[in-house]
Design a protein around this ligand. Structure first.
Ligand code: FES
Ligand code: MG
Length: 577
């Protein structure tokens, strides 16, 4: 494709007014075989933001898919240039991949700003690759399209579905109960990951990849295709073809990611039972476009939406089943039919409206994708809680089990509320040291509290708020205790924790002055969590904490940890400080 308009890349490669710089820029891009004719042809140069590597196995299949993206770009008349992004692997990065989202974002902004690119294909997958890359596209507002690497195939043992991540939380409980041994636990872990691709549960990766399509940034029906399927490679090719036209049409991220498309994404997140990390990431993406999106918006727009998708951890099935059942297209068509999608006219990356893209899609398996008339759960979105311990904390209602509801939320005189005795842990090590110690007297009336795990305290915010009960309670059939914390929780966890409490303990939040034995009242009907202390008692404890020098947390281990702690926000942090 040649264009009548001057492309951005021509400032580098075709600037007659400055032959010296043009020569300097041009000569080095010739040394691997591109020709001067190509680079000065007025063809769009399309970056491919490569997130796959041996260190990033969830996204590793992108190393293969990139070739099909390039084929598509070439066939449409563009010139592809692939480059590496800072790797982000959710489960392998210590202390937490939460640190890496903003680092990858900053580095990609520099790349998109500083190199001769007219558009970019964002190769997304593992949890934080979608927000990191999308935030960078938002900041630079260079024409962009996203391509998901796709989920893994279903994991299975003896005919039973085994979901990645979720089996770790479930298996840890079985291990603590001694239902399985170490070897059996590892076999389950391995079985959950049978192929290339990201987590096959509806954890943060699947959520963010689906929401990328719901925002309009991926071509319709592409998010759910499993990584090894032929359709995934075909999607890569079509994405490459499309980005060249997106550049020609000057369709920018700010045209696609709007207040309207963000509100659509919130509704979709509730309907799929999406991860509690979604508000953290979507609020940040919005901030980079100058759009204020808050946790209150998530409750206001999302809470009343029913759960339609029966995929782990909120349901039973896995990502491959979701694709075969019709994927996001089927979910959106169902939401459109019930008039639950607030903005059917929002525009997608193919230039068409959501209504035009999805109206005729069908649910192909009603066991996996339910209708609005017979949902898995009504009112399944997040609730945003407040009180005298924090200003804001999120709870994912779609994972409240029948057992949890019966035990804690069904008092006829006080529905939706319960009171418990706090057991306070300072970080994950403290929890592991003490959780099974009978001296802690943890029982059904306890609330497990994890602090020191927010964006500054950890740093990067640890996914540790989902805590299992002690082994002696698990042995008695108590599978869940209420959990509260200033850290995050894995999207693959089925625990209805109260998390991302903000401000966190490390930045003067009142969780810092909580003590084991304090009584906490949780009232989901009123949206409050309060410790049973008077204002005077709270003030006294705050003074005592100040005398001790504030809430202490471990020292930085790397220069980036130090920089992150000084300024945990690129507009908005992982969680709110
Ligand atoms: Fe990377 Fe789940 S750990 S997608
Ligand atoms: Mg995670």
């Amino acid at each position: 494709m040649s264009s009548s308009r001057t492309l951005r890349s021509e400032q580098w490669f075709n600037n007659g007014a400055n032959p010296r710089m043009t020569g300097l820029y041009l000569e080095r891009y010739l040394n691997y075989g591109t020709t001067r004719e190509e680079l000065q042809s007025g063809k769009a140069i399309i970056g491919i933001a490569q997130t796959g590597s041996d260190l990033a196995p969830c996204n590793r299949h992108h190393l293969q898919l990139a070739q099909r993206v390039k084929d598509g770009i070439r066939d449409a008349g563009g010139i592809p240039m692939e480059f590496p992004c800072h790797p982000i692997q959710e489960t392998g990065k210590r202390p937490t991949a939460g640190l890496d989202r903003n680092l990858a974002y900053l580095s990609l902004v520099e790349i998109l700003h500083g190199y001769p690119l007219d558009g970019v294909v964002l190769l997304i997958g593992c949890d934080k690759t979608m927000p990191a890359l999308t935030m960078a596209a938002a900041t630079t507002n260079i024409p962009a399209i996203a391509l998901s690497v796709g989920p893994m195939l279903n994991g299975e043992v003896a005919g039973k579905r085994i979901g990645s991540g979720s089996i770790i939380w479930e298996g840890s409980k079985r291990l603590a109960r001694r239902d399985i041994d170490y070897e059996e636990f590892m076999e389950l872990a391995a079985a959950s990951a049978p192929s290339v691709g990201y987590c096959n549960t509806l954890g943060t990766a699947a959520t963010m990849n689906i929401l990328s399509e719901a925002l309009g940034l991926q071509l319709p029906s592409f998010a759910a295709i499993p990584a090894p399927y032929r359709e995934r490679s075909q999607a890569a090719y079509q994405t490459g073809v499309r980005i060249v036209t997106v550049v020609r049409e000057e369709l920018k991220p700010a045209d696609i990611i709007t207040r309207d498309s963000l509100e659509n994404a919130i509704v979709v997140c509730s309907a799929i039972g999406g991860s509690t990390n979604a508000p953290v990431h979507l609020n940040a993406i919005a901030a980079h476009l100058g759009i204020q999106l808050s946790n209150d918006d998530w409750q206001r727009i999302g809470h009343k939406i029913p759960l339609l998708v029966n995929v782990q951890p909120a349901g039973e099935y896995l990502a491959e089943d979701f694709f075969k059942a019709g994927g996001l297209a089927a979910v959106i068509s169902e939401l459109l039919r019930a008039e639950l999608l607030p903005h059917p006219d929002a525009r997608g990356i193919n230039g068409k409206s959501v209504a035009a893209n999805y109206q005729t899609s069908k649910v192909l398996n009603p066991l996996v994708i339910r209708s609005v008339d017979s949902p898995l759960m009504k009112d399944a979105g997040f609730i945003n809680l407040t009180g005298n311990l924090f200003r804001s904390a999120l709870m994912k209602t779609s994972v409240i089990s029948a057992e949890f509801r019966a035990r804690y939320l069904s008092d006829p005189d006080d529905p939706g509320a319960f009171t418990g005795r706090a057991i306070v842990f300072d970080g994950p090590e403290d929890y592991h040291d003490r959780i099974d110690d009978p001296k802690e007297n943890i029982d059904q009336g306890s609330i497990l509290v994890m602090r020191g795990t927010g964006p500054v305290g950890f740093p990067g915010s640890a996914e540790v708020v989902n805590m299992r009960p002690p082994d002696y309670l698990l042995a008695r059939g108590i599978n869940e205790l209420p959990c509260i914390g200033d850290g995050r929780q894995s999207g693959t966890s089925g625990t209805p924790s109260i998390l991302n409490a903000s401000p966190e303990a490390a930045t003067t939040g009142n969780l810092a002055i909580l003590q084991t034995g304090d009584m906490i009242r949780v009232d989901l009907t009123q949206g409050r969590v309060d410790v049973d202390l008077t204002e005077d008692e709270l003030q006294e404890r705050r003074k005592a904490l100040e005398v001790r020098g504030g809430y202490t947390y471990p020292p930085h281990q790397t220069p980036w940890q130090e920089l992150y702690r000084l300024n945990p926000s690129t507009k908005q942090p992982l969680g709110t400080v």
